[in-house]
Design a protein around this ligand. Structure first.
Ligand code: PBG
Length: 324
């Protein structure tokens, strides 16, 4: 039986009807707000390709975190821009490194806000690669120790969750083992599991000054053509002890989010990355799209596909609009 018995427009007629029967709801409680921390004091430096986002010095970042928390955002994700870079990215695992100092300042000022730290070396290495480089190749196993050291130092500074984004094989297991060996058994790992080698990271690399000096990230990040491989990456990370898995970028990879949602029962995070943000900003500046509607529609789509958590540079603005 069909029309005229069935009329789907019946439930779309008014705002109240549409609201009552909405299948997916957005809330600020599923947002994570990414932040860049840089050296200096009183620095609030706007990122040219990501208008509305800034590099914050440690003394100012806590204030920004407080305002995010006041909007109902439960977590921030920290990236560091160190004073100096070297071959092995030692700034990443320095007890007094930029991120470690920021974590301490934030946890002191806003204790209930969850601080997640990105675990990777690319912002800290002189060559801009995510691991130790030998003969022009990124070495997997020697990198694991440095990643584990990074995660431990972040947790010792007060990080609530560590998020390895490097895509080395075995990093989740190694980080879990090293945390556990130090009694840090309660710290969850948010694994960037299906991280694609994407052109959508362009603005981030400008923001974090982490563009590789030679080559690219294709030897460790995934080929955008691959779907089954993403499920294998996720499965292995769960086996190694990941508490939450992430898919990144988000909007161009909704199929991966939806598949992962069906296949796995761990929480799924999706990262609406810098390029996704900047495309919307740029088109809005040209007057070609409605910025707010596009922001909310993309966030809703990511959630509808199956993400429990969304990492987004729109976090504060979307939270303000949602009013919760
Ligand atoms: C690596 C890292 C990157 C992003 C998050 N973690 C960059 C890369 O892999 O080159 C990208 C995030 C974004 O584009 O917003 N530390």
């Amino acid at each position: 039986m069909s029309f005229p018995t069935h009329r789907l427009r019946r439930l779309r007629r008014t705002e109240a009807l549409r609201g009552l029967f909405q299948e997916t709801r957005l809330t600020a409680r599923c947002f994570v707000y990414p932040l860049f921390v840089c050296p200096g004091t009183r620095v609030k430096d706007e990122i040219a390709s990501m208008p509305g986002n800034f590099r914050w010095s440690v003394d100012l970042v806590a204030e920004e975190c407080k305002s995010a928390s006041d909007l109902g955002i439960p977590a921030v994700l920290l990236f560091g821009i160190p004073e100096k870079k070297d071959e092995t990215g030692s700034g990443a695992y320095d007890a007094d490194g930029i991120v470690q100092r920021a974590v301490r300042a934030i946890k002191k000022a806003v204790p209930n806000l969850l601080v997640i730290c990105d675990v990777c070396l690319c912002e800290y290495t002189s060559h801009g690669h995510c691991g130790v480089v030998k003969n022009g190749e990124i070495q997997n196993d020697p990198t694991l120790e440095l990643l584990a050291r990074t995660a431990i130092s972040q947790v010792q500074a007060g990080a609530d969750i560590v998020a390895p984004s490097d895509m080395m094989d075995g990093r989740v297991g190694r980080i879990r083992a090293e945390l556990d060996a130090r009694g840090l058994t309660e710290v969850p790992i948010l694994a960037y599991s299906a991280k694609y080698a994407s052109a959508f990271y362009g603005p981030f690399r400008e923001a974090a000054d982490s563009t590789p000096q030679f080559g690219d990230r294709k030897s460790h990040q995934m080929d955008p053509a691959n779907q089954r491989e993403a499920l294998r990456e996720i499965e292995l990370d769960i086996e190694e002890g990941a508490d939450i898995v992430m898919i990144k970028p988000a909007l161009p990879y909704l199929d991966i989010i939806a598949l992962a949602r069906r296949r796995f029962d761990v929480p799924i995070a999706a990262y609406q990355v810098s390029g996704e943000y900047s495309l919307i900003e740029a088109a809005a500046r040209l007057g070609w799209v409605d910025r707010q509607r596009l922001m909310m529609e993309t966030l809703l789509a990511i959630r509808r596909a199956g993400a429990d958590v969304i990492l987004t540079y729109f976090a504060k603005e979307a939270a303000r609009l949602l009013g919760c």
